[in-house]
Design a protein around this ligand. Structure first.
Ligand code: SDX
Length: 377
């Protein structure tokens, strides 16, 4: 019996999952039942990735081994470095990342997705190598040398080092790691769903993650963090916010970084990111973008509260990256580096009881139309 068509599958469960849960009315996000606030306070990105992949917090021995496995697999083949060198310097880093990840599958087939051991190593390689691909493109597109990873640096420290060839300050490392935890997973979002559709065909994990990267790039999804900072720079000062918001509302144009299909209150990740900004700015000095953002949130509330449209994760994240000197176009690739943990956790879960995604449609076209010869059209 066909179900009613729901645009964007709004409200339609597409899977059963235990990876994470969102209470959109209460503004609660849990990874494997643990509140995101607790993970941001006590965990690390790699420990959170293990939690997402395997369903429970790792023992010290498990975390040490996983950290060692990821650290050992950070390097990328010289041919992938050469591929990145050939990409246009003005291309978008999400395209470079998608190309690099798809190419990984040519070096590490991983085609037999029924092999659990092989799937573990595919997940390790993807979590380990996405940051290296992102950093490599950031360097090579400017004509700088590729900076290989340094094993003695932790996950976040090493990524920031590969961008600048400088070991970053401790506060940057701690801040960046919390950002990765916040972006690691979020139930059945568009990029996770995309990956699951690809995974359901039993495609290899590199192809699955490459397809998710494609979905994440869009400005309605992960691409919003880049658009938010562009908007904040365009507004320039808190004094110009009210006029800008009024104009967007009049023009019925959406304000990027606001709204969410599930949250009907402020995204808890946005609240944590504001706390992150507070800690970071204590050591680095504030960001003028942050003052503008807070004013946008205040001005937008007058128009959007009735529609339950509030800031989402993308509203404050770019301000943190901007303060660390990361280029705007790399905000979404950083989102992808973190979300790879969630995508792979759902991939592991789906393979346990896979069913090819093949929904129905409601046909709106005609039937039995004649073929009209071109001379008579
Ligand atoms: C992410 O799904 C996830 O979990 C995603 C994510 C994750 O972690 O994976 O949380 C990450 O993608 C966050 C969202 C990032 N995108 C943006 O910030 C882009 C701007 N936001 C909107 O495009 C929108 O809010 C969506 C796409 C996020 C959600 O859109 P929906 O659920 O399809 O809702 P809608 O567009 O139908 O809007 C419902 C109403 C509309 O008003 P009416 O036409 O009914 O009067 O709310 C309004 C919209 O106009 N609205 C906005 C708005 N977002 C919704 N109005 C102004 N500005 C906005 N940003």
């Amino acid at each position: 019996m066909p179900h009613d068509f729901m645009p964007g599958l709004a409200g339609v469960p597409a899977a059963r999952s235990a990876v994470s849960d969102v209470d959109g009315q209460a503004g609660v996000l849990e990874y494997r039942g643990i509140r995101i606030e607790a993970l941001c306070e006590h965990s690390s990105f790699l420990e959170t990735a293990w939690l997402l992949l395997f369903g429970r917090l790792p023992t010290q021995e498990q975390l040490t081994q996983f950290t060692k496995d990821v650290t050992c697999h950070r390097r990328i083949k010289y041919r992938i470095v050469d591929l990145i060198k050939c990409l246009p310097e003005h291309g978008h880093p999400m395209d470079a990342l998608q190309a690099g990840v798809a190419a990984l599958g040519m070096f590490y087939p991983g085609r037999n997705v029924t092999d659990v051991e092989n799937n573990y190593w595919s997940a390790v390689r993807l979590i380990a190598k996405l940051p290296t691909i992102v950093a490599a493109y950031a360097r090579l597109r400017k004509g700088d040398d590729y900076i290989p990873p340094r094993d003695e640096l932790n996950f976040s420290e090493n990524f920031l080092y590969m961008l600048t060839e400088t070991v970053p300050p401790k506060i940057w490392v701690e801040t960046f790691d919390v950002c990765l935890i916040l972006h690691a997973e979020h139930t059945m979002n568009a990029s996770t769903f995309t990956g699951l559709v690809t995974a359901s065909t039993l495609a290899d994990p590199y192809t699955v993650v490459a397809s998710s990267i494609g979905a994440l790039k869009g400005p309605l999804h992960g691409g919003a963090n880049e658009e938010v900072v562009e908007m904040l720079r365009e507004i320039g000062t808190p004094g110009r916010v009210r006029g800008y918001v009024e104009q967007k509302v009049q023009a019925k144009e959406k304000i990027m970084g606001f709204g969410h299909r599930v949250y009907k209150v402020k995204d808890p990740r946005a609240t944590i990111l504001q706390e992150v900004c507070g800690r970071l700015f204590k050591e680095t000095g504030t960001s003028p973008l942050y003052d503008v953002a807070v004013e946008v949130e205040r001005a937008a509330a007058e128009h959007f509260e009735a529609k339950k449209v509030y800031p989402n994760v993308d509203f404050y994240s770019g301000i943190v990256y901007d303060k660390m000197g990361i280029e705007l176009e790399f905000f979404t690739p950083i989102f992808a580096m973190a979300r790879a943990a969630g995508w792979l956790a759902h991939w592991f879960e789906q393979l346990k009881e896979n069913k090819l995604y093949r929904p129905e449609q409601i046909y709106d076209g005609e039937h039995n139309r004649p073929y009209v010869p071109i001379g008579e059209r």
